[in-house]
Design a protein around this ligand. Structure first.
Ligand code: PSU
Ligand code: MN
Length: 311
């Protein structure tokens, strides 16, 4: 039996791809990527194609991508093309957040990691930058449903910077920002003062700090962590205007998707995947095009940040 001492590393539970192993040995910049976006966030085959393109963008900018998932009882840091395809074609892969990670590992399930679980795994692997599409947050109606994504609590405790296009308007963005403030999670915006709203660039709510340059973002993170202030940061990178959805359209369809979720009694971890799939259907696929564009845009920003953190 291994002990459960805090100092005992989880090395026996982690397996690195050859590419990520080589990057670690050479001290090269590494960018973590999540897998729930592949299994539960987008349909096949666009999910797998996007995952591969996002990895390519990170390599083109001089960093090494590490897509994270749970396979065969191991946390896998870096996946092969065949493994990305397996995740993309496993809609019943387990959606793995902090709560679920031990079970996914101990039961040998195929596990797709959320923002929260990917942060935990990235931290175990010493990876400080993570790129995704949108973070989870405080859901509308949380006062009665208590539905607050575990992503927010993870940002409060785990020292990984999360590059995203803000939070979707399926969430209560104002309350999401209040929660992050309470828990000491800085929200940094790139290129504008306001926090981004995923399909649209502007949530209407101010971010905490605007920091456009990767070198200055890196300096912010180094300073936070040098102070012993554990926890992550949200790096909000707005979707490019050319790829954004019309705000009135996305707002109306979001309302409809929320009403359908309520009418069908969708609760718990099923809520976010349900809303993502309904919005895609209601927009006739247009939201998927925006989703793919913003993740690629985040990949570039994440790679540049990982490089800047090396210096
Ligand atoms: N938001 C998106 N796309 C996503 C997700 C959120 O715009 O794919 C996924 C992420 O993996 C995120 C998770 O961590 O949903 C949050 O789920 P929940 O709300 O159940 O915590
Ligand atoms: Mn939830």
């Amino acid at each position: 039996m291994t002990s459960t001492n805090r100092m005992t590393p989880a090395t026996h539970l982690i397996e690195y791809s050859a590419e990520v192993s080589a990057a670690r040995a050479a001290g090269r910049p590494i960018v973590a990527l999540e897998s729930t976006i592949i299994s539960h966030g987008m349909p096949y085959p666009q999910n797998v194609q996007t995952a591969a393109e996002v990895e390519a963008i990170i390599r083109d900018h001089g960093a090494v991508p590490a897509t994270i998932a749970v396979l065969g009882g191991k946390i896998r840091i870096g996946l092969s093309a065949a493994e990305l395809d397996l995740l993309g074609q496993s809609p019943d892969a387990m959606k793995v957040s902090r709560r679920d990670l031990p079970f996914a590992l101990s039961s040998g399930r195929i596990g797709a990691t959320t923002v929260a679980a990917t942060m935990i795994c990235a931290d175990l692997a010493g990876i400080r930058v993570f790129v995704t599409g949108g973070i989870g947050g405080v859901h509308r109606g949380a006062a009665t449903s208590f539905d607050i994504s575990a992503d927010l609590q993870e940002l409060a405790r785990t020292s990984v910077a999360v590059v995203c296009a803000g939070a979707k308007s399926i969430l209560d963005i104002g309350l999401t920002l209040e929660y992050l403030e309470t828990h000491g999670v800085p929200v940094i915006s790139i290129g504008q003062a306001n926090f981004a709203a995923f399909y649209t660039p502007d949530s209407g709510f101010p971010a905490d700090f605007r920091i456009d340059a990767a070198a200055e973002q890196a300096q912010f993170l180094r300073t936070k962590w040098a102070l012993g202030l554990a926890g992550g940061a949200v790096i909000s990178n707005p979707v490019p205007a050319a790829d954004a959805m019309p705000r009135a359209e996305i707002d109306a369809l979001t309302e409809q998707a929320l009403a359908e979720a309520a009418a069908q009694g969708v609760v718990g971890k099923a809520v976010t995947p349900f809303l993502l799939a309904r919005i895609k259907a209601l927009t006739g696929g247009a939201s998927l095009v925006t989703n793919i564009a913003l993740v690629k845009n985040n990949a570039r920003v994440g790679a540049l940040l990982a490089l800047a953190l090396q210096h």
